[in-house]
Design a protein around this ligand. Structure first.
Ligand code: PGA
Length: 254
């Protein structure tokens, strides 16, 4: 099954509206040369989505949020709803990122509620999973991924799963400069795909795109993207400069 690559920039808490515009003005020219082979997604902080949305309205680059509320509207101080994201032209939303899990205490049930709320609003979840170094070294990699996939994707239909991107991000590789080896990443991706096959059937599992995340850089994107079950990347640090993000994308086809 031919799966189109999907490479997404997760800017985390970086770039207000002015810097977002500056980045996109430098990054957008010429990017259409790659988008027949690779979907390109940019996820600015929520306060910068409007500025990005205005520039991306007619662009081949898709807009993603980094989070959404599991509630519709009302007394939820500090939260952003899916309908607000719709209004800004948002197409994707990153959910279950390890920073949301570990720093903000989001558990699988909350992440699942957010995933289902996003899908109901026609937003495509970029659903993140991954193990800590203690879990990996303690032999619990498969158990951790199994629980995160089963509970985070509970109650999704096959159609929902078709609209969902999974991002495997080993926590020990995020922002550390230490990347999983292509073999380690491929092994985890193949395992995640087998979990998806158990839950949603082989046909759905074969078409779900599974991104790798964790210190992806221009220098390692080729060997990672060359693995059979790695269908793209979720990129933090190396997505903050237009030239580096573009080189990482170009090298993915090398
Ligand atoms: P990194 O972050 O590329 O800086 O390791 C990846 C992520 O957290 O999505």
């Amino acid at each position: 099954m031919e799966r189109k690559l999907i490479i997404a920039a997760n800017w985390k808490m970086n770039k207000g509206p002015a810097e977002t515009v500056e980045f996109l003005e430098a990054f957008l020219p010429g990017v259409d040369a790659v988008t027949d082979r690779c979907d390109v997604v940019v996820a600015p902080p929520s306060v910068s989505l409007a500025a990005a949305g205005a520039l991306l309205a007619d662009s081949v680059v898709a807009l993603s949020a980094q989070n959404c509320s599991q509630f519709d509207e009302g007394a939820f101080t500090g939260e952003v709803s899916t309908s607000m994201l719709n209004e800004l032209g948002t197409q994707y939303v990153i959910l279950g990122h390890s920073e949301r899990r570990s720093i903000f205490g989001e558990e699988d049930a909350v992440i699942n509620a957010k995933v289902r709320k996003a899908l109901a609003a026609d937003l495509k979840p970029i659903f993140c999973i991954g193990e800590t170094i203690e879990e990996r070294e303690g032999g619990r990699l498969e158990d951790v991924l199994r629980t995160q996939v089963r509970d985070g994707l509970a109650e999704l239909s096959a159609q929902d799963m078709n609209d969902t991107v999974v991002a495997y991000e080993p926590v020990w590789a995020i922002g550390t400069g230490v990347t999983a080896s292509p073999e380690q990443a491929q092994e985890a991706h193949a395992f995640v795909r087998s979990l998806l096959a158990d839950l949603f059937g082989a046909e759905v599992a074969a078409q779900v795109r599974i991104q790798y995340g964790g210190s992806v850089k221009p220098g390692n994107s080729a060997e990672l993207m060359g693995q059979p079950d790695i269908d793209g990347a979720l990129v933090g640090g190396a997505s903050l400069e237009p030239d580096s993000f573009r080189a990482l994308i170009d090298n993915a086809f090398a």
